[in-house]
Every structure is written in C-alpha cells, then in structure tokens.
Design a protein around this ligand. Structure first.
Ligand code: NAD
Length: 493
C-alpha cells in the first residue's frame, strides 16, 4: 500500500529482470516434504516454485513447537522483544529490493507497488517494535474505598494467523509483529497463491533473533483440514484471519468451539463519494488510486463510485482517460501501472460483471475485455450510469472495474452508501470540511479516506464493522488484539 494519492506517481522504479526475480525465489530455503504444490507467476502462468503441502498432523506438530518456544518468548523483557523487532524491520529494509521482486513475481502487482507494500508492511514491524515496550495496564482505586485495582495486560497465547494473497507481505507483518510484541508464538498459514514472501520475511525475522520455532509457517493445499485441526487444539488461544467474509464465518464457527479470541479482517464494499464541490483533479487521482491500486484487488478498493450530478461528466471523462492510458502488463516491466489479476477465475468474473452491467444498460466508457495471451490480464474498465440492479453494484468487484452511479443529495447518497452488509472503508471528496466530517460520521464504516484514496497507515486502527469484520490491526489497538486483560484487587486497610 502506498502513502501517495496517485498510483502512477509511484512508477519510477528501476526496471528489473525476470532472472533477478527468479534468483530471489531460488535462494529461498523451504522445508522438505513428501507432498508439494506449485506457485505460479500470474503474469505468465508459469510455475516459479514448489512449496510444501503440509497435512493436519504437520500443523499440530507446528502448534506444539511454537507453543514450546512461546514460554521463553513471553518471559523475555518487553525491551528485548522490541530490540529484535527493530532488527527485523532493519533487515526488511535492507532486503526491500528482493522482497519487492518476490511480491511481484508471485502476486503480479507492478514493482513500484511492491516497493510501496514493503514500506507499508515493514512499518508494522517498526511500529510494534515501538509499542512492545508499552504493554498497557492501569491503576485505579476501588470507588467505595478499601482497595486498589491493578489492571495488567499479558500475551493472549498461541495465535493462528491466516492471510490472503493480495498483500503477501503486509498481511503477514500486520499480524506477526503485534503478536510477537505482545509475547505470543504464532502459526501462520499464507495463501496458497502467494506463500513465498511469507517464507522470506519469516527467515529475516529469524536472522533478527526471533527464536526459530516461535513462528511456524504452514503451507497447505487443504485449508479446511488445517483450520479444523489447529483451531480445536487447546494450546491455540487466538485466531486472526484476513480474507473473504464466507471463510471468516466458517472460522468463527470453529473458533466458537474453543472460545478463541478472534480478529477478522473480511470483505469490503467501499463507497467512494464525490460531491460537486470536490477538487476535480484530487477526486480523479484519489478515485484512481482507491480503485486501481493492486489492480483493484484490495479489500478497501472503491467498489461503488457515487458522483454528484454537477461534477459527474467532468469526473467520468477524467477517470476514463486516466484508466485508458494505464499500461497493463507484467509487473516487472518498465512503465506498467496495472499488473495481472491473480488467476483465470478473477478474469472470468470481471468479464461476467461487465457483460451483466452492459446488458442492464450501463455505459461502457473504456476497457471491458480480457486481454488475450499468456497471463491473466483484464483491461482497466469504466462503466458509467450503472443500474443498481447490476451485479457490479451489488458484489465485491476485486478487479479493475470502476462502477459509476450518479446522485443528487447528501442524504440520498449516505443512505445508498450504507445500504450494504459490509462496513470496511469509505471515501469522501469535498472541499467543505463540515460536509466531509458529517458524511464520514454518517457512513457505516471502519475507516474513511477524506480527499484521498490510500488511507491505511500502520499508526491507524484498520478494520471493519458489520460483516467486514471484528477487531483492529495497526496502532495501539492492534496490540490489544494479542493481549488478555486481568486485574488484581489489592485490599487496603
Ligand atoms: P479467502 O477467504 O479465499 O482466503 C484467505 C485465506 O484463507 C487464504 O490463506 C486461504 O487459503 C485461507 N482459507 C480458505 N478457506 C479456509 C478454511 N476453511 N480454513 C482456513 N483457511 C482457509 O480470501 P482471498 O481470496 O485470499 O482474499 C480476498 C478476500 O480477502 C476479499 O474478500 C477481500 O476483501 C478480503 N481481504 C480483506 C482484508 C481486510 O483487511 N479486511 C484485506 C485483504 C483482503
């Protein structure tokens, strides 16, 4: 993720060769197992590595090893844990080029965006290196007298972390860093499509001084067998998941049997609202970043773009031009702004969304088709005058389609924006401060980008409401997700 409001402004990275990326993959040390599965490059469809296909028994062995290492880790001083996290951050920065190549190779995003993900993902490690020495707690007097209440926070225990493919580094560090800072051991299961970055960054953690067994990486072709086994193990005390709402609900059901602390970062359906008084250039650049970062494959991607009537024609013209000019291709190639989608299924889904919307009367302004040849590419696509009945207006798009609807009044657009089961991100573009804050307050949403399209930051509590999730990642709140609270009531004479 970037801290810049324009994706295209980031694309000044050195061109890198596929050979350089392949040598990073080859340098990975992966555990040896009988069964394995392939990891492919979505820009070509070619396999780039094989990773272990661990079974449920392996996962339970990983739980046992992490649990054993966790005792000693929890007993270390906060400063000791903080120093190791800080060394891990420094190593990630030292290896930023290799990590960026790896992310692009396995996930497809343009290299400049992968570099931004390294910056964003490493920020969680630096932030929690700083937070590790501030574990919280407080002292209060019993209101009726006779005692002092000491509130303390300690590690929740072994955490199972399950991550998606769209931000292979940041989704891992956003969970591992607070868990380690709090004193918890972890078992992490990265997405099958993008496990290599996790292996690499965990290797860097070990080089930084994290005990070898403290972080266990389990790759598996059978995710349900993994979660059913580990979430039932009494040594596990926490599950943190980022992915689709459907899988999140399944994991919450499993977590219920073991009464696990649960953090869920689930799907999104972000509305992006542009009022007539918005700065046009800011709105176009912000909407482009919010829509097209990661090729639209982000949980906070602008999913429904609402534009007020007075600015709509100029905005649509500006965004359509920017999308039409965006170069699509292999993320390692110079000048590419939009990489491949993650797989064939995603391409077929984009085509079906476009065909359905056009069939229902939407106006196709640019793009609209899959790109023939190797890899899984889809044209940046803008659909204007999208009817509410279209699938694209009612589902998480997760791809490079901007779906535009028009609106008249503030009250009307707030009502339409909130008409969804999700509540992760929203965006508001207006030059009026009162309106920006009033609309942000009225939106049912865990985070709001105001006049900007890339709101995430390690210092902010990222997370959703409604069916977008439970809990927060980043900031001080993200540490609390890995802490139990206890109190001592000390009698006083
Ligand atoms: P997904 O739910 O298919 O998979 C996510 C992870 O869960 C993967 O590692 C997958 O292997 C694993 N998984 C799948 N079924 C499982 C099971 N039964 N038990 C254990 N693990 C299982 O999601 P995805 O396609 O990888 O990612 C896209 C989705 O993630 C989108 O809905 C997106 O909005 C969401 N997402 C949310 C956030 C957030 O912070 N809220 C961030 C990124 C992505």
């Amino acid at each position: 993720m970037t801290t810049d409001s324009s994706v295209s402004s980031l694309l000044s990275a050195d061109p890198r060769t596929a050979a350089a990326a392949d040598s990073v993959v080859a340098a990975l040390t992966l555990p040896d197992t009988d069964r394995q599965f392939d990891v492919a490059n979505p820009a070509s469809g070619e396999p780039i590595a094989t990773v272990p296909d661990f079974g449920a028994a392996d996962a339970i062995r990983a739980v046992a090893a992490a649990d054993a290492a966790g005792l000693e880790w929890a007993a270390r001083t906060p400063r000791d844990r903080a120093d190791i996290l800080r060394r891990w951050y420094d190593l990630i920065i030292d290896h930023a080029d290799e990590l960026a190549l790896l992310i692009t190779r396995e996930m497809g995003k343009p290299l400049a965006e992968s570099r931004s993900e390294v910056t964003y993902g490493s920020d969680f490690v630096r932030w929690y290196a700083e937070e590790a020495v501030r574990p919280g707690g407080n002292v209060r007097e019993v209101p009726s007298g006779g005692g002092t209440l000491l509130t303390r926070r300690g590690p929740v225990g072994l955490a199972v972390l399950i991550t998606p493919w769209n931000f292979p580094l940041a989704m891992a560090t956003r969970k591992i860093a607070p868990a380690l800072a709090a004193g918890c051991p972890v078992v992490i299961k990265p997405a099958n499509l993008t496990p290599l970055t996790t292996f690499y960054v965990v290797e860097l953690a070990r080089q930084a001084g994290v005990p070898v067994d403290l972080i266990q990486v389990i790759t598996t072709a059978d995710a349900p067998a993994f979660s059913e086994a580990v979430l039932a193990d009494p040594r596990v005390r926490k599950v943190s998941f980022t992915g689709s709402t459907g899988v999140g609900k399944t994991l919450l059901r499993l977590a219920a049997d073991n009464v696990l602390r649960s953090s869920m970062e689930l799907g999104g359906d972000a509305p992006l609202i542009i009022f007539d008084d918005a700065d046009l250039e800011r709105a176009v650049n912000g909407a482009f970043a919010a829509k097209m970062r990661n090729g639209g494959q982000s949980c906070i991607a602008a999913n429904r773009i609402y534009v007020q009537d007075g600015i709509a024609d100029a905005f649509v013209e500006g965004l359509a031009t920017k999308m039409a000019e965006s170069q699509v291709g292999d993320g390692l190639a110079d000048g590419v702004i939009v990489g491949p989608l993650i797989d064939d299924r995603a391409v077929a889904n984009m085509q079906s969304l476009v065909d359905d919307a056009v069939g229902r009367g939407a106006d196709l302004r640019t793009g609209g088709s899959a790109i023939a040849g190797a890899g899984t590419f889809f044209e940046p696509t803008l659909l204007d005058h999208v009817p509410q009945s279209a699938d694209v207006a009612q589902s998480e798009i997760f791809g490079p389609i901007a779906a535009i609807q028009r609106f008249r009044s503030q009250a009307e657009v707030v009502q339409r924006a909130n008409d969804t089961n999700y509540g992760l991100a929203s965006y508001v573009f207006t030059e009026t401060l009162d309106r920006a804050l009033n609309v942000a307050d009225a939106l049912h949403s865990g985070l709001v980008g105001i006049n900007q399209g890339v709101p995430s930051n390690a210092a902010a509590p990222f997370g959703g409401i409604k069916q977008s999730g439970l809990g927060r990642e980043g900031s001080a709140e993200g540490l609390e997700e890995y802490q139990d609270i206890r109190f001592y009531n000390v009698a006083r004479r």
